[in-house]
Design a protein around this ligand. Structure first.
Ligand code: HEC
Length: 178
């Protein structure tokens, strides 16, 4: 019986989109860190929220499910969503050199491929993910359950998780063979 294989073009695209997304966050955080003016409450919100919005947009455009997941999460929507995801975070913890990997998975009764990519803490992240007492006021106010602080540079912050359902891959293959 033919088994759906990870479709190279879809995976390659997912890998590239996640690199772009991660670079976007690094750029926004660095911009905030280097700004001459002290950041306002509004500019402060313009680092990780837009990453979440872009992830939703990528999901819609591609028929994927793009998420950020972390054991120490700030937004409870980013809690690990399956045993496989929890294991993937442990794998990244145990293998500091590992940048990413994918595996066949079933998510919400759909078979597919899930691509995981490490998120590493940079110096510019510490303004909001550093010492608990140093977090900006809007973080303290808006995230009462916050766990995403006390990080150090090079710590594992979390991971991106892109689920590509087999049905998306099949529809691409069908379109190509028509
Ligand atoms: C200006 C403050 C600020 C900076 C700087 C910042 N973050 Fe965040 N971060 C947040 C907020 C606020 C959230 C929650 C966003 C939401 O509600 O989706 C968040 C969420 C996240 C998440 C999603 C998981 C979770 O905990 O909810 C990751 C991953 C993340 N940040 C990584 C980083 C990295 C990596 C950097 C540095 C490159 C960084 N952050 C810099 C404020 C910041």
């Amino acid at each position: 019986m033919a088994q759906a294989q990870p479709e190279p073009a879809q995976l390659a695209k997912a890998v590239q989109e996640i690199e772009n997304l991660d670079a976007m966050r690094s750029g926004l955080a660095a911009y905030l860190e280097d700004a001459a003016e002290p950041p306002t409450a509004e500019t402060m919100k313009q680092v990780c929220k837009p990453v979440g919005m872009k992830a939703m947009q990528l999901s819609k455009e591609n028929g994927w499910q793009v998420k950020q997941l972390a054991k120490k999460y700030r937004n409870p929507a980013h809690k690990p969503d399956s045993l496989a995801a929890t294991n993937a975070l442990s794998t990244f913890e145990q293998s500091p050199e590992l940048m990413g990997f994918w595996e066949k998975e079933t998510l919400n009764d759909q078979t597919g491929t899930r691509y995981y990519r490490r998120i590493t803490v940079e110096a510019s992240c510490l303004a909001c993910h550093g010492l608990k007492g140093n977090r900006p006021q809007f973080v303290k106010d808006n995230y009462p359950q916050d766990l995403a602080y006390n990080f150090k540079v090079d710590d594992l912050r979390g991971m991106y998780a892109v689920f590509i359902p087999d049905s998306v891959q099949q529809s691409v293959q069908t379109a190509l063979s028509e």
